[in-house]
Design a binder for this molecule. Structure first.
Ligand SMILES: NC(=O)c1ccc[n+]([C@@H]2O[C@H](COP(=O)([O-])OP(=O)(O)OC[C@H]3O[C@@H](n4cnc5c(N)ncnc54)[C@H](O)[C@@H]3O)[C@@H](O)[C@H]2O)c1
Length: 276
Protein backbone atom coordinates (compact mmCIF):
# COMPACT_ATOMS: atom_id res chain seq x y z
CA UNK A 1 0.00 0.00 0.00
CA UNK A 2 1.40 3.39 -0.96
CA UNK A 3 2.44 5.83 1.75
CA UNK A 4 2.02 8.67 -0.76
CA UNK A 5 -1.74 8.87 -0.36
CA UNK A 6 -4.48 11.36 0.37
CA UNK A 7 -4.46 12.58 3.98
CA UNK A 8 -1.04 11.13 4.83
CA UNK A 9 1.59 13.53 6.18
CA UNK A 10 5.00 14.27 4.66
CA UNK A 11 7.90 16.13 6.25
CA UNK A 12 10.61 17.33 3.85
CA UNK A 13 13.87 19.11 4.66
CA UNK A 14 15.41 21.31 1.99
CA UNK A 15 11.88 21.83 0.68
CA UNK A 16 12.27 25.35 -0.72
CA UNK A 17 14.19 24.32 -3.83
CA UNK A 18 15.05 21.53 -6.23
CA UNK A 19 14.19 17.93 -5.37
CA UNK A 20 12.58 18.78 -2.01
CA UNK A 21 10.31 21.34 -3.62
CA UNK A 22 9.37 18.94 -6.42
CA UNK A 23 8.55 16.28 -3.81
CA UNK A 24 6.32 18.73 -1.90
CA UNK A 25 4.53 19.63 -5.13
CA UNK A 26 3.94 15.97 -6.06
CA UNK A 27 2.81 15.05 -2.54
CA UNK A 28 0.39 18.00 -2.42
CA UNK A 29 -1.05 16.83 -5.73
CA UNK A 30 -1.62 13.41 -4.15
CA UNK A 31 -3.59 15.09 -1.34
CA UNK A 32 -0.92 14.66 1.33
CA UNK A 33 -0.54 17.14 4.18
CA UNK A 34 2.85 18.82 4.36
CA UNK A 35 5.30 20.11 6.93
CA UNK A 36 8.20 21.73 5.07
CA UNK A 37 11.59 22.78 6.40
CA UNK A 38 14.34 24.95 4.95
CA UNK A 39 16.83 27.52 6.15
CA UNK A 40 15.93 29.87 3.30
CA UNK A 41 12.97 31.63 4.95
CA UNK A 42 11.95 33.80 1.97
CA UNK A 43 11.91 30.94 -0.55
CA UNK A 44 10.21 28.55 1.85
CA UNK A 45 7.44 30.94 2.84
CA UNK A 46 6.80 32.05 -0.75
CA UNK A 47 6.56 28.40 -1.82
CA UNK A 48 4.33 27.35 1.09
CA UNK A 49 1.93 30.16 0.17
CA UNK A 50 1.31 28.37 -3.16
CA UNK A 51 0.35 25.12 -1.39
CA UNK A 52 -2.84 24.11 0.47
CA UNK A 53 -3.56 26.28 3.52
CA UNK A 54 -2.89 23.47 6.02
CA UNK A 55 0.77 23.34 4.92
CA UNK A 56 3.21 24.14 7.72
CA UNK A 57 6.53 25.84 6.95
CA UNK A 58 9.33 25.70 9.50
CA UNK A 59 12.48 27.75 9.04
CA UNK A 60 15.63 26.27 10.51
CA UNK A 61 18.96 24.57 9.97
CA UNK A 62 19.21 20.76 9.83
CA UNK A 63 22.66 21.05 11.38
CA UNK A 64 21.00 22.24 14.64
CA UNK A 65 19.26 19.37 16.43
CA UNK A 66 16.94 21.71 18.31
CA UNK A 67 15.66 23.05 14.96
CA UNK A 68 14.90 19.51 13.74
CA UNK A 69 13.12 18.75 17.04
CA UNK A 70 11.05 21.90 16.48
CA UNK A 71 10.19 20.60 13.01
CA UNK A 72 9.05 17.27 14.50
CA UNK A 73 7.00 18.99 17.21
CA UNK A 74 5.35 21.27 14.65
CA UNK A 75 4.44 18.32 12.42
CA UNK A 76 2.99 16.24 15.26
CA UNK A 77 1.11 19.19 16.81
CA UNK A 78 -0.42 20.04 13.43
CA UNK A 79 -1.15 16.57 12.06
CA UNK A 80 -0.57 13.96 14.79
CA UNK A 81 1.46 11.65 12.52
CA UNK A 82 4.25 11.55 9.91
CA UNK A 83 4.05 8.96 7.12
CA UNK A 84 6.88 10.16 4.86
CA UNK A 85 10.08 11.75 6.14
CA UNK A 86 12.52 13.02 3.52
CA UNK A 87 15.89 14.00 4.97
CA UNK A 88 16.95 15.84 1.87
CA UNK A 89 18.63 19.18 2.67
CA UNK A 90 22.28 19.47 1.63
CA UNK A 91 24.87 21.93 0.48
CA UNK A 92 27.62 21.60 -2.12
CA UNK A 93 30.37 21.90 -3.40
CA UNK A 94 33.96 22.71 -2.79
CA UNK A 95 36.53 20.98 -0.62
CA UNK A 96 39.93 19.37 -0.89
CA UNK A 97 41.32 16.30 0.85
CA UNK A 98 43.33 18.56 3.13
CA UNK A 99 42.92 22.19 4.19
CA UNK A 100 39.79 24.30 4.76
CA UNK A 101 38.74 22.45 7.89
CA UNK A 102 35.84 24.86 8.42
CA UNK A 103 34.44 23.91 5.00
CA UNK A 104 34.66 20.23 5.95
CA UNK A 105 32.84 20.91 9.20
CA UNK A 106 30.08 22.89 7.47
CA UNK A 107 29.46 20.21 4.83
CA UNK A 108 29.47 17.34 7.35
CA UNK A 109 27.23 19.28 9.74
CA UNK A 110 24.55 19.80 7.11
CA UNK A 111 24.90 16.83 4.75
CA UNK A 112 25.60 14.09 7.30
CA UNK A 113 24.57 15.39 10.73
CA UNK A 114 21.44 16.92 9.18
CA UNK A 115 20.29 13.44 8.12
CA UNK A 116 21.33 11.87 11.44
CA UNK A 117 19.29 14.57 13.21
CA UNK A 118 16.22 13.77 11.13
CA UNK A 119 16.49 10.05 11.90
CA UNK A 120 17.09 10.71 15.61
CA UNK A 121 14.26 13.19 16.00
CA UNK A 122 11.53 11.31 14.13
CA UNK A 123 12.02 7.53 14.18
CA UNK A 124 10.66 6.72 17.68
CA UNK A 125 7.54 8.81 17.14
CA UNK A 126 6.95 7.33 13.69
CA UNK A 127 7.32 3.77 15.02
CA UNK A 128 4.84 4.53 17.80
CA UNK A 129 2.18 5.43 15.22
CA UNK A 130 1.91 1.76 14.23
CA UNK A 131 1.10 2.69 10.64
CA UNK A 132 2.97 2.19 7.35
CA UNK A 133 5.55 4.94 6.81
CA UNK A 134 8.79 5.60 4.93
CA UNK A 135 12.02 7.43 5.67
CA UNK A 136 13.83 8.55 2.53
CA UNK A 137 17.35 9.94 2.90
CA UNK A 138 18.91 11.70 -0.05
CA UNK A 139 22.38 10.40 -0.84
CA UNK A 140 24.48 10.79 -3.95
CA UNK A 141 26.51 8.77 -6.42
CA UNK A 142 29.40 10.83 -5.02
CA UNK A 143 29.05 8.81 -1.82
CA UNK A 144 29.01 5.48 -3.69
CA UNK A 145 31.29 5.49 -6.75
CA UNK A 146 33.22 8.39 -5.20
CA UNK A 147 34.31 10.61 -8.11
CA UNK A 148 37.14 12.99 -7.18
CA UNK A 149 36.58 16.71 -6.71
CA UNK A 150 34.71 17.31 -3.45
CA UNK A 151 35.88 14.88 -0.77
CA UNK A 152 33.88 16.45 2.08
CA UNK A 153 30.64 16.10 0.10
CA UNK A 154 31.55 12.52 -0.86
CA UNK A 155 32.41 11.59 2.73
CA UNK A 156 29.10 13.03 3.98
CA UNK A 157 27.10 11.20 1.30
CA UNK A 158 28.99 7.93 1.94
CA UNK A 159 27.94 8.37 5.57
CA UNK A 160 24.32 8.91 4.52
CA UNK A 161 24.43 5.69 2.51
CA UNK A 162 25.86 3.68 5.41
CA UNK A 163 23.45 5.19 7.94
CA UNK A 164 20.46 4.55 5.69
CA UNK A 165 21.43 0.91 5.06
CA UNK A 166 21.74 0.38 8.82
CA UNK A 167 18.47 2.22 9.41
CA UNK A 168 16.57 0.09 6.87
CA UNK A 169 17.95 -3.07 8.49
CA UNK A 170 17.02 -1.93 12.00
CA UNK A 171 13.55 -0.82 10.90
CA UNK A 172 12.73 -4.13 9.21
CA UNK A 173 13.84 -6.03 12.31
CA UNK A 174 11.91 -3.84 14.71
CA UNK A 175 9.07 -5.91 16.20
CA UNK A 176 5.79 -4.65 14.80
CA UNK A 177 7.58 -1.91 12.85
CA UNK A 178 5.91 -0.72 9.67
CA UNK A 179 8.49 1.82 8.50
CA UNK A 180 10.74 1.23 5.50
CA UNK A 181 14.03 3.06 4.90
CA UNK A 182 15.15 4.18 1.44
CA UNK A 183 18.25 5.78 -0.07
CA UNK A 184 17.44 8.25 -2.84
CA UNK A 185 20.41 8.60 -5.17
CA UNK A 186 19.65 11.26 -7.77
CA UNK A 187 21.61 11.40 -10.99
CA UNK A 188 22.50 14.76 -12.50
CA UNK A 189 19.49 16.92 -11.66
CA UNK A 190 18.94 20.55 -12.57
CA UNK A 191 18.37 22.30 -9.20
CA UNK A 192 19.64 25.18 -7.10
CA UNK A 193 22.65 23.00 -6.28
CA UNK A 194 23.69 22.51 -9.90
CA UNK A 195 22.21 25.61 -11.60
CA UNK A 196 25.60 27.32 -11.40
CA UNK A 197 26.24 25.47 -14.63
CA UNK A 198 23.72 27.72 -16.44
CA UNK A 199 20.20 29.09 -16.21
CA UNK A 200 18.73 26.64 -18.76
CA UNK A 201 18.43 22.95 -17.89
CA UNK A 202 21.27 21.17 -19.73
CA UNK A 203 19.98 18.41 -21.98
CA UNK A 204 21.85 15.79 -19.93
CA UNK A 205 20.23 16.62 -16.60
CA UNK A 206 16.92 15.33 -15.26
CA UNK A 207 14.36 17.71 -13.80
CA UNK A 208 13.63 17.41 -10.06
CA UNK A 209 10.11 16.27 -11.04
CA UNK A 210 11.59 13.28 -12.89
CA UNK A 211 13.62 12.33 -9.80
CA UNK A 212 10.54 12.52 -7.58
CA UNK A 213 8.40 10.49 -9.98
CA UNK A 214 11.14 7.83 -10.08
CA UNK A 215 11.42 7.92 -6.26
CA UNK A 216 7.68 7.48 -5.68
CA UNK A 217 7.57 4.50 -8.07
CA UNK A 218 10.61 2.85 -6.47
CA UNK A 219 9.41 3.34 -2.89
CA UNK A 220 5.98 1.99 -3.83
CA UNK A 221 7.74 -1.03 -5.35
CA UNK A 222 9.56 -1.57 -2.04
CA UNK A 223 13.03 -0.76 -3.42
CA UNK A 224 15.71 0.41 -0.98
CA UNK A 225 18.20 1.90 -3.47
CA UNK A 226 16.41 4.53 -5.52
CA UNK A 227 19.28 4.94 -7.98
CA UNK A 228 18.29 7.46 -10.66
CA UNK A 229 19.74 7.66 -14.14
CA UNK A 230 19.79 10.94 -16.06
CA UNK A 231 19.87 11.85 -19.74
CA UNK A 232 23.59 11.05 -20.11
CA UNK A 233 24.07 8.19 -17.65
CA UNK A 234 21.84 5.17 -18.31
CA UNK A 235 20.99 2.52 -15.73
CA UNK A 236 23.39 0.17 -17.56
CA UNK A 237 26.28 2.65 -17.40
CA UNK A 238 25.57 3.25 -13.71
CA UNK A 239 25.69 -0.52 -13.13
CA UNK A 240 29.05 -0.78 -14.92
CA UNK A 241 30.46 2.10 -12.85
CA UNK A 242 29.25 0.41 -9.66
CA UNK A 243 30.78 -2.91 -10.67
CA UNK A 244 34.07 -1.26 -11.60
CA UNK A 245 34.16 0.61 -8.31
CA UNK A 246 33.80 -2.60 -6.25
CA UNK A 247 36.31 -4.21 -8.64
CA UNK A 248 38.94 -1.69 -7.47
CA UNK A 249 38.98 -3.51 -4.13
CA UNK A 250 38.71 -7.07 -5.47
CA UNK A 251 41.27 -6.57 -8.26
CA UNK A 252 43.64 -4.51 -6.05
CA UNK A 253 43.54 -1.58 -8.48
CA UNK A 254 44.59 1.91 -7.34
CA UNK A 255 42.06 4.11 -5.54
CA UNK A 256 39.57 5.78 -7.88
CA UNK A 257 41.06 3.87 -10.82
CA UNK A 258 38.31 5.19 -13.13
CA UNK A 259 40.16 8.51 -13.04
CA UNK A 260 43.74 7.10 -12.86
CA UNK A 261 45.94 7.80 -15.91
CA UNK A 262 46.89 4.09 -16.26
CA UNK A 263 43.32 2.83 -15.84
CA UNK A 264 40.93 5.43 -17.26
CA UNK A 265 41.13 4.05 -20.80
CA UNK A 266 40.72 0.49 -19.51
CA UNK A 267 37.49 1.43 -17.73
CA UNK A 268 36.25 3.18 -20.86
CA UNK A 269 36.94 0.07 -22.94
CA UNK A 270 35.30 -2.17 -20.29
CA UNK A 271 32.18 0.02 -20.37
CA UNK A 272 32.12 0.43 -24.16
CA UNK A 273 32.34 -3.35 -24.72
CA UNK A 274 29.39 -3.95 -22.44
CA UNK A 275 27.29 -1.05 -23.68
CA UNK A 276 27.56 -1.96 -27.36
N1 LIG B 1 21.04 18.19 -8.02
C1 LIG B 1 21.76 17.10 -8.20
O1 LIG B 1 22.30 16.82 -9.29
C2 LIG B 1 21.93 16.14 -7.06
C3 LIG B 1 22.62 14.94 -7.31
C4 LIG B 1 22.78 14.04 -6.26
C5 LIG B 1 22.27 14.33 -5.01
N2 LIG B 1 21.61 15.51 -4.80
C6 LIG B 1 21.07 15.73 -3.46
O2 LIG B 1 19.70 16.09 -3.55
C7 LIG B 1 19.32 16.81 -2.38
C8 LIG B 1 18.53 18.04 -2.76
O3 LIG B 1 19.40 18.93 -3.43
P1 LIG B 1 18.94 19.80 -4.66
O4 LIG B 1 19.78 19.41 -5.82
O5 LIG B 1 17.47 19.81 -4.78
O6 LIG B 1 19.52 21.22 -4.17
P2 LIG B 1 18.85 22.64 -3.92
O7 LIG B 1 19.99 23.52 -3.56
O8 LIG B 1 17.99 23.04 -5.05
O9 LIG B 1 17.93 22.39 -2.64
C9 LIG B 1 18.47 22.19 -1.37
C10 LIG B 1 17.63 22.94 -0.34
O10 LIG B 1 18.17 22.64 0.96
C11 LIG B 1 18.18 23.84 1.70
N3 LIG B 1 19.21 23.73 2.74
C12 LIG B 1 20.56 23.74 2.56
N4 LIG B 1 21.18 23.65 3.74
C13 LIG B 1 20.21 23.59 4.68
C14 LIG B 1 20.23 23.49 6.09
N5 LIG B 1 21.40 23.48 6.76
N6 LIG B 1 19.06 23.42 6.75
C15 LIG B 1 17.88 23.48 6.08
N7 LIG B 1 17.80 23.59 4.75
C16 LIG B 1 18.94 23.64 4.06
C17 LIG B 1 18.50 24.92 0.71
O11 LIG B 1 18.11 26.22 1.19
C18 LIG B 1 17.67 24.46 -0.51
O12 LIG B 1 16.37 25.00 -0.47
C19 LIG B 1 20.62 17.09 -1.62
O13 LIG B 1 20.76 16.13 -0.60
C20 LIG B 1 21.69 16.88 -2.69
O14 LIG B 1 22.93 16.54 -2.11
C21 LIG B 1 21.42 16.40 -5.79
Amino acid sequence: MSVFKQGNVAVITGAASGIGRAAATAFAKAGMRLCLFDRNADELEAFAALLPAATRAVVGDVARYEDVERLRDTAYEAFGAVHVLMNNAAIGHGSKSWGARDRWAAILDVNLWGVIHGVQAFTERMLAQGAPAAIVNTGSKQGITNPPGDPAYAVAKAGVRVLTEQLAHDLRNHPGGQISGHLLVPGWTFTGLTAGQGAEKPAGAWTPDQVVEHMIGAVEAGEFYVYCPDNVVSETLDALRLQWSVGDIIEKRPALSRWHPDWKARFELYAAERLS
